[in-house]
Design a protein around this ligand. Structure first.
Ligand code: NAD
Length: 429
């Protein structure tokens, strides 16, 4: 449970303004077609559902759930579901829009969507969570679907929750339709139709991005140092996959606090500890605690924000003493933070390419389900590396050509692709 939810809600109320600020900057610079600009500056559908769930006590509680579908010009709407107290329509709009850009940059045939429920899952029993998830799925009805809108895990949701969504959705279908609809969600457990490599996909993609950046910058990862904010699916996988490449993890911050050891923290041991201690790395033996300010001021080669949005801001960006920020989270840097990093010469791999590994392997899971296939992990990793590295190279080439920051370059790559698609297809009628 965040210590200061009201502050979080306040900051996330401007998240869609951040997206629009980024979008306008790129659209002006590239002179995006006026009509395409007005289409992409709006979301297509916004679904808000209020639904009742019976608690273990017998009392009924009302919940509010969201699904925002930004754009489906490239393919079915696609994006995660988040269970968090700060979920609101503005945040979901922003996250849905970023999903459209991600798929366009890595050239997968998916659109952009996002959703969630405003709640703190740690307050509910497993049975209650299952009923909340199933009732939310039922309330969404055919606003989601295997060829229409495909949810996936995000903050505080996981493969178990995806399995419940699939099972509920299939239960609403005629019996003979069920087996051809298992791709209504991705990020499922492998036994229930999931893909190998989906759990680590976002972390794996971040590692491929850092490797490519290191290659282009003649930077040696071996012996370098870094720190991470967020040690959930994305942060913990990124750290575990970086370990064999040789950089030293010196600090981690999560919801429970910060842990620091300049000699290096072992990501696998840290994860085992966090699992034992209810999910947090705080109090890890042999490591020190740090203030938030000291955490952001750590001297290291790179920083991976992998928790929530609006973390690198006018207050924290001046503190960062790193060469690179690799954005694992969605929207961790606000526009003021962005400008400060640029002025200070800190490189940044933006979220819309850096964390696209999740949606890429979700797309692979979707394809495997449609074809009743099961791909080996080596094939998935190889295809992921190709798609995300190609995306990275498109972005870096655009940034170099125009001498602009990488976020704006990533937007231009996405918008140029969407602009072409709209030109070719035209606008109905
Ligand atoms: P998660 O729920 O597995 O982990 C979230 C982590 O953030 C936890 O360690 C939690 O303790 C920490 N955290 C939460 N609030 C915090 C706070 N106020 N300060 C510091 N740490 C805090 O979530 P995840 O799936 O790892 O997602 C993390 C980020 O990555 C989100 O921005 C999400 O949208 C993005 N993302 C996730 C995926 C995916 O495949 N799961 C894909 C792309 C992007």
């Amino acid at each position: 449970m965040p210590k200061d939810i009201s502050k979080l809600q306040e900051s996330s109320s401007s998240l869609y303004a951040t997206v629009q600020n980024q979008f306008d900057r790129a659209a002006d610079l590239m002179r995006l077609d006026r009509n395409v600009r007005s289409i992409l500056s709006k979301t297509t559908n916004e679904i808000i559902v209020n639904f009742p769930v019976k608690m273990d006590s017998g009392k009924v509680e009302m919940f509010t759930g969201y699904r925002v579908q930004h754009n489906n010009a490239l393919g079915p709407y696609k994006g995660g579901l988040r269970f968090h107290p700060a979920v609101n329509i503005d945040e979901v709009r922003a996250l849905a829009t970023w999903m459209t850009w991600k798929s366009a940059i890595v050239r997968i045939p998916m659109g952009g969507a996002k959703g969630g429920i405003q709640m703190d899952p740690s307050h509910y029993s497993c049975g209650e969570l299952e009923r909340i998830t199933r009732r939310f799925t039922f309330a969404l009805g055919y606003n989601i679907g295997p060829e229409y809108d495909i949810p996936a895990p995000d903050v505080n949701t996981n493969s178990q929750i995806m399995a419940w969504i699939m099972d509920t959705y299939l239960s609403t279908m005629p019996a003979h339709e069920r087996n051809r609809c298992v791709h209504v969600v991705t990020g499922k457990p492998v036994e229930a139709g999931g893909s190998l490599g989906r759990d680590k996909a976002t972390g794996q993609g971040i590692v491929f991005m850092i490797m490519e950046w290191a290659r282009q910058s003649n930077f040696r990862l071996e012996g370098s140092s870094y720190f991470i904010q967020g040690f959930g699916n994305v942060g913990a996988w990124a750290a575990r996959l970086l370990k064999p490449l040789g950089p030293r993890l010196i600090a981690v911050e999560d919801i429970g606090g910060r842990t620091y050891n300049p000699e290096g923290l072992d990501p696998d041991a840290l994860l085992r500890y966090a699992k034992k201690k209810g999910g947090s790395v705080a109090g890890y033996p042999g490591a020190k605690s740090l203030s938030r300010e000291a955490f952001f001021s750590l001297k290291a080669d790179f920083f991976i924000p992998a928790a929530l949005e609006n973390q690198i801001t006018a207050e924290t960006a001046p503190l960062l003493t790193v060469r690179l920020v690799a954005e694992g989270a969605n929207g961790p840097t606000n526009p003021e933070g962005d400008l400060i990093l640029q002025k200070r010469g800190i490189s940044l791999i933006p979220d819309i390419i850096c964390n696209a590994g999740g949606v890429i392997v979700s797309y692979f899971e979707w394809l495997q389900n449609k074809r009743s296939e099961f791909w080996p992990l080596e094939e998935i990793d190889r295809k992921l590396k190709t798609l995300i590295t190609d995306g990275f190279n498109r972005v870096s080439a655009e940034a170099e050509k125009r001498a602009i920051d990488w976020r704006t370059a990533a937007y231009i790559v996405a918008l140029r692709h969407l602009e072409k698609v709209y030109r070719e297809r035209g606008i109905f009628p």
